[in-house]
Ligand binder design. Structure first.
Ligand SMILES: C[S@@+](CC[C@H](N)C(=O)[O-])C[C@H]1O[C@@H](n2cnc3c(N)ncnc32)[C@H](O)[C@@H]1O
Length: 212
């Protein structure tokens, strides 16, 4: 496993989505229940803007739309993933699809909820992790929330041929300490479609005041 440039990262993920069916992807869930439960606890206003960072082809957006959320954005580096989601949902007016490398993105607005399941842990470089935290600080409205799941300290060391960094809840709290405070955290196991168990750390962080 070697560090990748932005360009090769995009090609890597695009190839995975173009060549593996939904049930051949280890991160596929029967239902995105942990995400939905956490988002429901922090997004009481159905008009609150929600962004799913590295949403891929996840069905979370389908469930959010079905639950009545009217302002949902899915951002991903892999155009093939976004095409899959957009084809499933059709021209649903409330959903915006953003095809970009998160680290090259300039948030155009504030969000009430920033959701990330299994994306941040692919950033193994400290400068990229700091850039991610700064982006979240910029994009999440004061009082809004960041809902995040990463591989846990006893979770996998790699996924889809890429190295990952594993995180505890305390480490994530420290990583996002400038501008966010912990609301809840949990350790949950994801069973992959292939039957393997993967330990995840889940945190919900609330956007609070930040150091200049
Ligand atoms: C393991 S998948 C998780 C997908 C989705 N969050 C889920 O839970 O089903 C990781 C996703 O992150 C996306 N991704 C990886 N690096 C990214 C980056 N730098 N910017 C945006 N998306 C990225 C991939 O294309 C892929 O869709």
């Amino acid at each position: 496993m070697v560090p990748m440039s932005d360009h090769t990262t995009r090609a890597h993920w695009d190839h995975i989505f173009a060549t593996r069916s939904e049930h051949e992807r280890s991160w596929t869930q029967d239902a995105p229940t942990p995400s939905l439960e956490r988002i429901a606890r922090c997004a009481h206003d159905l008009a609150a803007p929600i962004i799913d960072i590295g949403g891929g082809a996840s069905r979370l957006v389908d469930h959010l739309v079905q639950a009545g959320h009217t302002d949902v954005t899915v951002l991903d580096i892999a155009p093939a993933a976004l095409r899959e989601g957009a084809a499933r949902l059709g021209d649903h007016a409330g959903v915006q699809w953003v095809s970009t490398d998160l680290l090259e993105w300039q948030p155009p607005r504030k969000y009430g909820v920033w959701h990330d399941r299994a994306v941040f842990h692919f950033l193994t470089d400290e400068a990229d992790q700091a850039r991610y935290a700064a982006l979240a600080r910029e994009a999440v409205a004061l009082g809004g929330h960041l809902v995040m799941a990463t591989f846990a300290p006893d979770g996998p060391t790699a996924c889809s041929g890429l190295a990952v960094q594993r995180w505890s809840a305390d480490q994530l709290a420290h990583q996002f300490a400038n501008g966010f405070e912990v609301v809840e955290h949990a350790s949950l196991v994801h069973r992959t479609p292939g039957g393997a168990d993967q330990s995840f750390t889940w945190v919900t962080l609330r956007r609070s005041s930040a150091r200049p």
